[in-house]
Design a binder for this molecule. Structure first.
Ligand code: ADP
Length: 403
């Protein structure tokens, strides 16, 4: 085996020569599309950006000053990143809070903090924390066994949603149970029989899913973006409408819930707060994402300061930017892969001919079913016009083009 490949972290350190740049050095744990879109405004603000990712050609690597190639699940890789930067942030909620606490104990600055991550990364702890702070959440029950699950179903009524407490994304850790006959298969599918910690939640009959991006600065100052409506397909975010077409009362309530939710966990940086607007007109928190969020991608073109730039500002202790929309309406559509194929995109001629639509590709080498490959945001005078443009543009782009 090639010697360098045997120890990618050391190889990386050996190659590392400090840049003469004088700006703050920002480390991002993870190198996916969220890190990529955070890196761009960070560079604009004069930062040196280092991403930690096991893929040297990660989506963020193309924009970062350099990558530390390593596994962010290990302390060794995290310490290597920490040794090269002034401030550390992250792009996913799975980074172990205990590892982050070790970085903090070693004197490194991590935003959001390990304490926040410990409160958020286990969905059951997160929901209990929000409930204790007086926030509305769906009814939840602990389920250490199938017997406890059945008892919870008797109490909550069917349907229910069985959920993994940790490491779930794009609905992969969820199983809807509509009859008692489905208990066994749902339990197995989510690894309950292997000891994977699960909990169960009442099924919320919602008229819409709402989300609010909120950036909280180190002084407690908060920048709150407009309330948006999100539409999921197969549990994956498909489309985002900004602003949501809800009454000003609902918009104000959603913004207030988002503000209280991030305060409850001591958030620093941009967070996504996902909510259900129930058919009874209540708003309940579905979950808190301790990072920039898919429902805020529209802010790049549609707001004075994007969720990504505000995240960078917050973690560097800079004043936050305005969340004001610069167009009456914006719609974002995700570009998802449909099959295992190359990540190369085609269809640009027609896609780029759509006025007011902006195409973002994440630079992933391969596409796969449901894989987030990019997104399109269109601005418009009305939501209908923006949605039409976004969909027209997105429909033209496809992946799997042979080079
Ligand atoms: P993930 O963290 O994997 O994105 P979520 O828990 O946010 O998973 O669920 C993904 C989607 O599943 C939600 O956006 C919603 O459409 C649906 N969902 C989740 N929980 C419930 C619930 N309690 N009632 C109804 N639908 C739900």
């Amino acid at each position: 085996m090639h010697e360098a490949a045997a120890d990618p972290i050391l190889r990386n350190s050996a190659d590392f020569t400090p840049s003469p740049a004088t700006g703050p050095r920002l480390g991002i744990i993870g190198g996916g599309q969220l890190a990529r879109m955070t890196t761009i405004p960070a560079q604009q603000l004069g930062c040196e950006v280092v991403v930690l990712e096991n893929n040297p050609h990660s989506p963020a690597a193309a924009f970062a000053s350099r990558s530390v190639v390593g596994d962010w699940k290990t302390m060794e890789a995290l310490l290597e990143l920490a040794s090269q930067v002034d401030v550390i942030t992250l792009e996913n909620e799975f980074v172990d809070a205990g590892h982050l606490a070790q970085l903090e104990s070693a004197g490194h600055t991590v935003w959001p903090t390990s304490r926040t991550m410990a409160l958020v990364q286990d969905k059951f702890i997160q929901k209990n924390t929000l409930e204790s702070a007086g926030l509305p959440i769906p009814k939840i029950r602990a389920t250490a066994s199938q017997d406890e699950l059945v008892a919870a179903i008797e109490e909550l009524g069917l349907p229910v949603v069985l959920k993994a407490r940790r490491n779930a994304y794009d609905g992969k850790g969820n199983a809807t149970i509509r009859s008692l006959a489905e208990v066994e298969s749902a339990w197995q599918r989510l690894g309950g029989h292997l000891g994977n910690p699960l909990f169960v939640e009442e099924f919320c009959q919602f008229s819409a899913e709402l989300a609010v991006i909120i950036t909280r600065g180190q002084n407690g100052e908060a920048a709150i973006y407009p309330v948006v409506e999100t539409v999921q397909e197969n549990h994956i975010c498909h489309l985002v409408r900004a602003p949501a077409q809800v009454s000003s009362d609902i918009a104000a309530r959603a913004a207030d819930i988002a503000r209280r939710a991030v305060e409850a966990v001591g958030a620093i940086g941009s967070f996504g707060v996902e909510m259900f607007l129930t058919i009874g007109g209540e708003i309940v928190v579905n979950e808190l994402a301790p990072r920039v969020h898919n429902s805020g991608h529209y802010t790049i073109e549609a707001c004075a300061c994007s969720q990504f730039e505000n995240h960078v500002r917050a973690v560097l202790g800079l004043p936050l930017g305005s969340t004001r929309m610069v167009a009456p309406a914006a719609v974002m559509v995700n570009l998802l892969g449909t099959a295992q194929a190359s990540g190369r995109a085609g269809g640009f001629d027609a896609a780029l001919a759509v006025e007011d639509a902006h195409v973002h590709l994440y630079g992933k080498a391969t596409s796969g079913p449901g894989r987030k490959m990019g997104h399109v945001t269109a601005l418009g005078d009305t939501l209908a016009a923006a949605e039409q443009a976004a969909i027209r543009c997105a429909q033209n782009i496809h992946f799997g083009i042979l080079s």
